[in-house]
Ligand binder design. Sequence first.
Ligand SMILES: *[C@@H]1O[C@H](CO)[C@@H](O)[C@H](O)[C@H]1NC(C)=O
Ligand SMILES: *[C@@H]1O[C@H](CO)[C@@H](O)[C@H](O)[C@H]1NC(C)=O
Length: 272
Amino acid sequence: MDVRVLFTLLLMLFSAVPQMATKSSAQVCDPGLIFSEEEKMCCEMCSPGTRLISGCRRDVTCHPCGNSEYQKEYNREKSCVQRNYCDGNVGFKTVFSGSATENSKCECMEGLHCEQASCELCRKHTECPVGYGVKENGTSKTDTVCEPCPKGYFSNVLSSTEPCLKWTECSNVQVNGNASSDNICGGNNAAIIAVICILCLLIVSVVVLYHFKGRIASICKQQNKPHQPRLIPVTEPEPKTPMEETFSEEGQIVMQETGKEHHMPEEDSHCV
Ligand SMILES: *[C@@H]1O[C@H](CO)[C@@H](O)[C@H](O)[C@H]1NC(C)=O
Ligand SMILES: *[C@@H]1O[C@H](CO)[C@@H](O)[C@H](O)[C@H]1NC(C)=O
């Protein structure tokens, strides 16, 4: 064998041994320490919410994460992790703005839901078509659940919130409802009859009143007409002699007075 080949083989063997030794020691750091490739030894860690600047053991230097950054674990990372940005332009809203140790939390806005479990995209809730109603409203994580309207129910709108509605109850159905349209009620007979009755009563009472008023007027005319001529025949034959004139004047007065007394109550009772 060549001496040079033997030498290189020996060199490889010697150089491999310390590497193997250090690699095995990397996996057995004391609790709270971590093997540092840079330092080639077990080193202290930075606490959550901070990042490594430099150092290994007592000289280890850590700085807090910046705004909009976080670090959840004990670490020897040179930088913190950027928190998620909840982009309103693509349908996200912020439900938790996060902290130095926790990522922010985004959710899909009202009316939208995550397309996948990872929630990288928000999608509009499905609208249930006519004839279908909403069985379950969509949430930020789930889509709308639609159902065909069962018998007795209908939905005549494309909607992501409206459930199937009950058919209107008619006493007199004109057109039967189906899944996409309501019952159409016929005219309500009782109401129409009631209206006609009221109208008839009104007309009858107006006619009766008109006739009754006419009759009262004619009765009053009949009573008023003989009232004056009755006195004239009484006054005319009286004046014959001067003696009788004075008597007749007295008699006329008496007659007029008795006439007034006799007719006044009748006039008051019917013809005013
Ligand atoms: C869905 O939401 C609407 C209001 O947005 C509500 O009126 C309806 O009752 C809800 N439906 C269900 C099934 O919870
Ligand atoms: C439901 O009823 C409406 C009105 O009567 C009608 O126009 C429609 O075609 C019906 N739909 C079905 C699916 O029967």
